[in-house]
Design a protein around this ligand. Structure first.
Ligand code: SIN
Length: 292
């Protein structure tokens, strides 16, 4: 257990996840918020229990991380608070959001920086969420494989998943973007795997067979329990994940029980490839030297 200035921060596994005790997310000082932000960067996903926030307070807390985005599939958004995505399952549900390993909305050019999920109602047992560290997954690859992947880009296509569940409004289209297969975390500089089963359609420049085989290998690699933690929800728990370096999977093992809550999504920036990150770091060192 490590102590922040204010809170007890209890890591769940060496690779990923920490539970933060003693925080009231409805009223945080700037110093307290800074220690939560730092814990998120260090542990990639952080969890809180026994939180009591209105929609407005949930939104206000999420905005401390950055501007919020409205989910592109607007039919799932809260009618009065479009920045909040409804996460809901009950006796009528045949499937739930997030059952397959994914990074949120990676089909966007600028995928979210973070997601902040607050569940008010949970099953007596079941409905856990798994989280996996994409920096740990990258670190565990052999050096030749890391080098091969660092030169590759992949297409992330919203139609791959959303065309099955809904159609876009007339004139609109599903988001579709090209991202590096290995990205660099903008805050930590750590390299990470940035492909996921839900949105990544193919790796550019490879044959279909090569792309499918490579992605299948990476998805199997990512599912190593050493890179994961598992969160057992209680009513009024909150999870915040750094969407730039994690994937998650919601386990739908609780039918017909109810599980219900809201997710705020914080806007992010374009994932940086290894060579772009190196160029940016040289440019920012240059700027520092000019300013000095
Ligand atoms: C999601 O993918 O945002 C849903 C996660 C969950 O319901 O646990």
């Amino acid at each position: 257990m490590s102590q922040s200035a204010t809170f007890d921060i209890r890591p769940l596994t060496p690779a990923i996840g920490a539970e933060i005790l003693g925080a009231d997310l409805a009223q945080l000082t700037n110093a307290q918020f800074a220690s939560i932000h730092e814990a998120l960067i260090n542990h990639q996903v952080v969890f809180f229990r026994d939180q009591h926030l209105s929609c407005e307070q949930h939104i206000a807390f999420a905005r401390r991380f950055g501007a919020l985005q409205v989910h592109p599939m607007s039919q799932y958004n809260h009618p009065d608070h479009p920045e909040l995505l409804r996460i809901h399952a009950d006796e009528n549900s045949k499937a739930v959001a997030g059952e397959i390993w994914h990074t949120d909305v990676s089909a966007q050019q600028e995928p979210p920086m973070a997601s902040i999920l607050y569940l008010k109602e949970v099953p007596a047992v079941g409905g856990d969420t798994l989280f996996a560290s994409m920096t740990a997954a990258y670190d565990a690859l052999s050096r030749p494989m890391q080098q091969f992947l660092e030169g590759l880009t992949a297409v992330h296509d919203g139609a791959k998943i959303w065309s099955k569940v809904s159609s876009v409004p007339p004139g609109a289209s599903y988001p579709r973007s090209v991202h590096p297969v290995v990205a660099v975390h903008p805050d930590t500089g750590r390299k990470l795997l940035f492909v996921n089963q839900v949105f990544t359609s193919h790796v550019e420049g490879l044959s279909e067979h090569e792309s499918e085989t490579l992605l299948a290998m990476l998805y199997r690699h990512i599912e190593n329990p050493k890179f994961m933690c598992r969160f057992r929800w209680q009513a009024n728990s909150m999870a915040i994940w750094d969407n730039r370096c994690t994937q998650h999977q919601a386990i739908f093992d609780y039918f017909p029980a109810r599980r219900s809550g809201l997710r705020a999504t914080v806007s992010g920036t374009r994932p940086l490839a290894v060579d772009q990150a190196a160029t940016q770091s040289v440019l920012s060192r240059d700027a520092d030297l000019q300013a000095a």
